[in-house]
Design a protein around this ligand. Sequence first.
Ligand code: FES
Ligand SMILES: [Fe+2]
Length: 331
Amino acid sequence: MSMLEGAPWLLAHTSMLTVNKPFKVSLYSQDYVLWKDIKGNINALKNACPHMGAMLSEGWCEEKTDKSSVVVCPFHALEFDSEGCTILPGSQKRTLPQLEKLDLIIQDDFIWSYGSKEPKQPIPNILNEIAAGYEFIGCTADTSIECDLMSLLLNMHDYNHQNGTHRSLFKIQAVNFHQFIDNGHHSHAYFSMPVALSDFKDKINNPGLFLFPKVLNAHLENYFPSLVILHGETGAGVFKQIHLFIPESPKKSRTYCLLFGLAKHPIFNLLKYKFLDLAKVVIEQDSHILSKIYANNPQKIKLNNEVGMDWVRRNFNNYPQIIEPKLSHAN
Ligand code: FES
Ligand SMILES: [Fe+2]
């Protein structure tokens, strides 16, 4: 199963890293340890200690006099610096690098990586634009799912699963699909969903839910393959819910969500963390269904409005090329 080597993946937002605390990430079947020092420098090395293979991410960090830090192996406490070098006991001399580094591209608070593969696609600029214009609210639901990347992406571009997967959360009465704009690896989907409002209100615990519409208008902006932005607007404010995807291995994929927003009404400050909680529940429900499907089962039935999934399959199967058909359409 392809993991789309050559795509850029957002491994983390810097707020997900605590200063001097190791953080494990996986990409293309390889584990890495990331850590941030007090100066804000971010380091990334392969996670297997070159002595006896302990996971460095299970260890700790030690701050040095210049305020940089090293990661310390939990097994025999060897220290590795940002270059993967160590000083062996009884020696005063720094070794040559013993661990490969992972190449990171850090833009603002966004930590991107091509997993040390040759880039086939540029890093999208959209997150920098959002960060410049909106308040960062938080990150949630960092989850590893037992499913391949294609299945995860199909789920995120499936406009019909609200009534099954998210049945208990939104009482959606219909999905009215309006438009799909296909610009190759970038696309937009517009649809609206009338909801049983009282139910939705209860779910968000009610501070000022008069501000919620009877119809949820969804605008998804998709950057194949690494992210989807849900542009949301309520009377309280504007939300940008960013869903990220990472192929950890052929059968394991990671997803998490970053939330940005802009207040239009003071109640926004009460609601913003509720939105973060809501995103968490949505991702938990998606993870659950994704661990309960037979990914290779041939699809014999097609529903209306599967254009987002057609877009994923076309891009996936031809990556990094973009080939016909163009999938733009308006209903
Ligand atoms: S396994 Fe890491 S120091 Fe021994
Ligand atoms: Fe979902």
